[in-house]
Design a protein around this ligand. Structure first.
Ligand code: ADP
Ligand code: ZN
Length: 750
C-alpha cells in the first residue's frame, strides 16, 4: 500500500503510541523494526523468546494502521484475559470464540463492521468458518497476527490441524499484512510456517533467545518432593510457580503434599474435569503466589508475567519443551528460577519409552536426537545457558554467571577407567541387565540374583569397590545420557557402538563428579550466590511493595481481571524505587500509560504517601488465605485432605535436614501398606535421618530407598541376616548394620 509517511515518521508515531497507551519509554531489541515493517504493510516472521515482548509487535501496528488487528491465537481459555488486559490500557479489544453466546457474537460482529474495534482475538477454528471469513472481507482489517505460529507444523511439539489451514489467509486476504510469531521454531518448523502462511520473502526477525533473568539449575533427584519443598521454602516462599510432573498421579500427589506443607498449590492435568482445571487456572492467574502442579497440558499461552519459578520433577521430552516450559518464568524480566531434578530412573525411562514407541523410524530418530541434546544439557559441566543458546543456534562466548554450573562449578575428572568397568560389566553379562544389577556386580555384592546368574565369577565382579553405589549410579546415568549405554527391554542396558572407542582406550571420558559434598553445604552456597529470592524489591521497599500488591489484588477481584492487568510487578517495583509524589512523576514510570494513570493514579499516590513516613507491617498474605481455600477444594476433589501416604509432618518443617519420601521417582510404586512394614520403614527413615546428620552423607549413600524397602520387607533381626539383601554390601553392614537391626528390633519387640 502506498505510504505517505517516511520510516522516521512511522517510528515517531509508534513511540508516541507506546508511551501514551502502554506507558513504556522505548521499544526493546527488534520490536521497533518489526513494528515499522508491519505498519508499512509488509509481512513478517518473528522469533522471540517467551517474555521477549511479541504482543506489542502486533498491538502497536494494530493501533497505527487503519482498521482492526485480527489476532489468531490457539488458546481460547486465555483470550478473555488478554482482552481484559488490553482494555485496561484503553484499547478497544474483543474476542470471538466458542465460549460466547450468539448474542455476544453478534455484538462483536457489529462492532467490528462499524469500525469500533482496535483489536479482535479469534480462535483458529472460528476464523476458518465461512461466516467469519465473509465477515472479515466486509470489515476494515489492519493486519493478521498469527500467534504461536509453530502450531502449523507437524514437526513442532504442538501441531494444531486448524493452524495447518491458515493458508486461507494469504489466499483470501493477499493485501493484508501477516505477522507470524512464535517462541519456538527449529529450521523445519520455521520452513513450515513460511510455507503455510506464504511468508517466503517476508522479513524475518530473530532475537536472542537468552532470558538473562532466569537462573537455570539442575540437580540429582534424591527425594523430589522434599527437594522441591526445600527449594520453595528457601527461595520462593509465597511466589507463584509452576511444577511440572510427567504423570497425573504424581501431579496430584505432589500438589496434595505441598498443600499439607502449607504451600498454596493446585493440581492441573487433562484428566481433571473442566471445572477443576478452570479453578486451577483461575486461581493461578487471579491470585498471588499460587503454585500449579501440572502435566505439560498446562501453561501454553499463559501470559502471567510474574511466575517466579518453574520446577521440573521429571525430564521434559526435548530441549524445545524444556525451554518453552521454563520460559514461562519471569516474563516480567525480574529474577526467576528454572529448577529441575532428575535421576537414573528418569533417563532409563524416557530412553526406553522412545525406543519402544510405534512412531515411524525417522520421527523416532529426530526425537532421539532431541532427547540426547536435553540429556547432554542435564549432565553438563559447563555453563547451562551457553549450552541452551547454542542448541538454538546462538553462540555465546562468556559463561553466564547465573546458572548452577557458573555459581557452583562441579568437579570434572577423567572417568575413563570407571566407564570401561561399567561398560564391561554390561557386555560381560550379555547387555541385558539394569543399573542396579550392574552396580551390584561392580561393587562385588553377592546378591541372590548375582550368584544365581553366576555373575560373581566374572572378572568384573568387585572391580568397582573403590567407589560407592551413588557414584556408580551417577556414572551409569551419565553413560546412558551420553549414549554409551542404551536402555532396552525390561530396563536392560547395553553398550552401544558409540562406546567402542572408549572401551579401546582411544578416547577418554571426562565426567562430572556428582558431588559428595553434603547437601546442606551445596544448598547454602547456592543460596549465597543466588540472585533470585523472595520479593523482587529491596527490604526497605518491601512494605510498600506488599501494600501495592494487596491493593492490586483487591482491585483485580473487584474488576474480575488478573492482578497483572492492573500493573505488572515490574511496574510496582519501579514505583517503589521512585516513590512518586505527583501524577506527573507517576506517569513517567514504565508501565503507567495515560489510561492507567487516570484510573489508578490517585490510589497509588495515596499508598505511596502512606508509606513514605513510617513503614507498616506486612499485610496478611494472600497465599496464606489461599492455602486454606485450596485444602478445602482439594479435600472435596480428592475425597481426603490428609492421606497417610503423604507423610504429614509431625515436627516443624526443617527443610535442610528433612529426608526424601519413600518414592524416589514418580515412576516408582508406592509402599505396600502392611502396618508392621510401614512402621519399620518409618523407623528406618528416622534412622537414616540421624545418620545423615551424623555423617553428612546424603540419604542415598547411607542406604537407598530400594534397600530401605527390602529391609522393611525382610525384617532382619541380626547383622548376619542383613547379608545378601539388596544394597547391603559389606561396607554398609560394617558401618550401619548394628544400628539398622537395632532399629528393626525396637519396632518388632514393641
Ligand atoms: P511474549 O508474548 O513475547 O511472551 P509479552 O508480549 O507478553 O511477551 O511481553 C512480556 C512482558 O514484557 C509484558 O509484561 C510486556 O508488557 C513487557 N514489555 C514488552 N515490551 C516492552 C517494552 N518495550 N518496554 C517495557 N516492557 C515491555
Ligand atoms: Zn552459566
Amino acid at each position: 500500500m502506498p505510504s505517505v509517511q517516511s520510516p522516521a515518521d512511522t517510528d515517531a508515531r509508534a513511540l508516541e503510541v507506546l508511551g501514551r497507551v502502554w506507558g513504556y519509554g522505548q521499544f526493546r531489541d527488534v520490536q521497533a523494526d518489526i513494528v515499522r515493517t508491519v505498519v508499512e504493510g509488509n509481512n513478517a516472521l518473528v522469533l522471540m523468546p517467551t517474555g521477549g515482548g511479541k504482543s506489542l509487535c502486533y498491538q502497536v501496528p494494530s493501533l497505527l494502521r487503519p482498521g482492526v488487528g485480527i489476532v489468531v491465537s490457539p488458546l481460547i481459555a486465555l483470550m478473555k484475559d488478554q482482552v481484559d488486559a488490553l482494555r485496561q490500557f484503553g484499547v478497544r479489544a474483543a474476542f470471538l470464540n466458542s465460549s460466547l453466546d450468539m448474542q455476544s457474537v453478534r455484538e462483536v460482529e457489529s462492532a467490528l463492521l462499524a469500525g469500533e474495534l482496535d483489536m479482535l482475538y479469534v480462535a483458529p477454528e472460528r476464523l476458518l468458518l465461512p461466516r467469519t471469513l465473509d465477515l472479515l472481507e466486509r470489515a476494515p482489517v489492519a493486519l493478521f497476527a498469527i500467534d504461536e505460529a509453530h502450531c502449523v507444523s507437524q514437526w513442532g511439539h504442538d501441531f494444531r490441524p486448524e493452524y495447518g489451514q491458515l493458508g486461507v489467509l494469504p489466499q483470501r486476504f493477499p493485501d493484508i499484512p501477516r505477522v507470524a510469531l512464535t517462541a519456538t521454531a527449529d529450521d523445519r518448523t520455521r520452513a513450515d510456517i513460511l510455507n503455510v502462511l506464504e511468508l517466503r520473502g517476508a522479513a524475518q526477525f530473530i532475537s536472542s533467545f537468552d532470558r538473562p533473568n532466569i537462573q537455570y539449575r539442575v540437580a540429582n533427584k534424591e527425594g523430589p518432593k522434599t527437594q522441591l519443598l526445600d527449594f520453595i521454602h528457601a527461595e520462593h516462599r509465597g511466589d507463584a510457580g509452576i511444577v511440572y510432573c510427567l504423570s497425573r498421579k504424581s501431579v496430584e500427589q505432589t500438589a496434595q503434599w505441598l498443600v499439607t506443607q502449607r504451600v498454596d498449590a493446585v493440581p492441573y492435568h487433562a484428566g481433571l474435569s473442566p471445572r477443576e482445571r478452570n479453578h486451577a487456572q483461575e486461581r493461578f492467574l487471579n491470585d498471588e503466589g499460587v503454585v500449579v502442579v501440572a502435566t505439560v497440558a498446562f501453561g501454553m499461552g499463559i501470559d502471567k508475567p510474574n511466575v517466579r519459578f518453574v520446577a521440573h520433577l521429571d525430564l521434559p521430552k526435548s530441549m524445545e519443551g524444556y525451554y518453552q516450559e521454563t520460559g514461562r518464568a519471569g516474563r516480567d524480566g525480574l529474577p526467576s528460577t528454572a529448577w529441575m531434578v532428575y535421576g537414573l530412573a528418569d533417563v532409563v525411562n524416557v530412553k526406553r519409552m522412545l525406543s519402544q514407541s510405534d512412531a515411524p523410524d525417522d520421527v523416532k530418530r529426530v526425537e532421539a536426537a532431541k532427547l540426547d541434546a536435553l540429556l547432554t544439557y542435564c549432565e553438563a559441566a559447563t555453563c547451562r545457558r551457553q549450552l541452551l543458546l547454542s542448541y538454538f543456534g546462538e553462540e555465546r562466548n562468556e559463561p553466564c554467571g547465573n546458572c548452577d554450573i557458573c555459581l557452583n562449578p562441579p568437579k570434572v575428572r577423567d572417568a575413563t577407567r570407571e566407564a570401561q568397568m561399567a561398560l564391561s560389566a554390561a557386555i560381560r553379562t550379555g547387555n541385558r541387565f539394569g543399573a542396579a544389577h550392574l552396580t551390584d556386580i561392580l561393587l562385588g555384592q553377592p546378591t541372590e540374583k548375582v550368584v544365581a546368574m553366576g555373575h560373581h565369577l566374572l572378572p568384573t565382579f568387585g572391580v568397582g569397590k573403590g567407589h560407592d553405589d551413588k557414584m556408580w549410579r551417577g556414572l551409569i546415568r551419565q553413560l546412558v545420557s551420553l549414549g554409551h549405554l542404551a536402555a532396552g527391554e525390561h530396563y536392560g542396558l547395553s553398550a552401544t557402538g558409540k562406546s567402542r572407542p572408549l572401551l579401546k582406550g582411544e578416547t577418554t571420558l571426562m565426567l562430572r563428579e556428582d558431588s559428595l559434598i553434603p547437601r546442606e553445604k551445596v544448598r547454602k552456597r547456592d543460596r549465597d550466590a543466588s540472585r533470585s529470592g523472595r520479593a523482587p524489591v529491596d527490604s526497605q521497599d518491601a512494605p510498600l511493595f506488599e501494600a501495592l500488591r494487596a491493593w492490586r489484588l483487591q482491585l483485580a477481584r473487584q474488576k474480575a481481571v488478573p492482578p497483572y492487568a492492573i500493573f505488572s510487578d515490574a511496574t510496582l517495583k519501579a514505583i517503589c524505587e521512585l516513590r512518586p509524589g505527583s501524577a506527573a512523576m507517576l506517569g513517567t514510570v514504565s508501565g503507567v500509560g495515560q489510561r492507567k494513570l487516570a484510573d489508578y493514579g490517585e490510589d497509588v499516590l495515596e499508598i505511596v504517601r502512606e508509606h513514605s513516613g513510617s513503614e507498616r507491617a506486612r499485610p496478611a498474605s494472600a497465599a496464606e488465605r489461599g492455602v486454606r481455600e485450596n485444602s478445602a477444594v482439594l479435600g472435596l476433589l480428592r475425597g481426603a485432605e490428609e492421606r497417610t501416604s503423604f507423610q504429614p509432618m509431625r515436627e516443624p518443617v526443617q527443610p535442610r535436614t528433612s529426608q526424601p519420601l519413600l518414592s524416589v521417582s514418580s515412576s516408582e510404586p508406592e509402599a505396600p501398606p502392611s502396618p508392621v512394614h510401614t512402621e519399620i520403614a518409618e523407623a528406618l527413615r528416622e534412622l537414616r535421618r540421624e545418620l545423615t546428620r551424623e555423617t553428612s552423607h546424603s540419604a542415598f549413600v547411607i542406604f537407598p530407598n530400594a534397600t530401605l524397602e527390602a529391609l522393611a520387607a525382610a525384617c532382619p533381626r541380626t547383622v548376619e541376616e542383613l547379608q545378601g539383601l539388596p544394597g547391603m554390601g559389606p561396607k554398609r553392614i560394617e558401618n550401619y548394620g548394628e544400628r539398622i537391626v537395632d532399629a528393626i528390633r525396637t519396632v518388632l519387640d514393641g
